[in-house]
Design a protein around this ligand. Structure first.
Ligand SMILES: [Zn+2]
Length: 117
């Protein structure tokens, strides 16, 4: 697959704490965005914005991706989140949040699950 859509940063996004896991997640997400016909992917938050004190954003293990500019239905955006989740595997959580609101976005966080062995 051509990995050519531009990855953009919303002005003010802070990357100081960006983890390599979230960098990978952004690249994987860009491929899924492209497959949906998006012409770019905009990262709207990493180590910045308004999040709970315990949020993984503050340690660079979460990012938010813009969805309001996509020419897609809410269901297609939810499917996009599921596609990204499948590709990233169990150590990542991917949520389509705020559907239909000005704040809607896909939130991705890296949260390794406890292994049973
Ligand atoms: Zn988030």
């Amino acid at each position: 697959m051509d990995l050519s859509i531009p990855i953009r940063l919303k002005p003010g996004v802070k990357l100081d704490c960006l983890s390599t896991q979230i960098l990978l997640a952004i690249l994987v997400a860009s491929q899924a965005y492209q497959a949906l016909g998006a012409r770019s992917l905009t990262v709207t938050s990493v180590c910045d914005g308004e999040h709970s004190e315990a949020s993984l954003h503050w340690i660079g293990h979460a990012c938010d991706l813009r969805t309001k500019n996509l020419e897609a239905s809410d269901e297609e955006k939810a499917q996009l989140a599921r596609t990204i989740a499948e590709r990233l595997g169990n150590d990542f959580d991917v949520l389509f949040e705020g559907a239909g609101t000005p704040q809607e976005h896909i939130h991705i966080e890296y949260q390794p699950k406890r292994r049973s062995n």
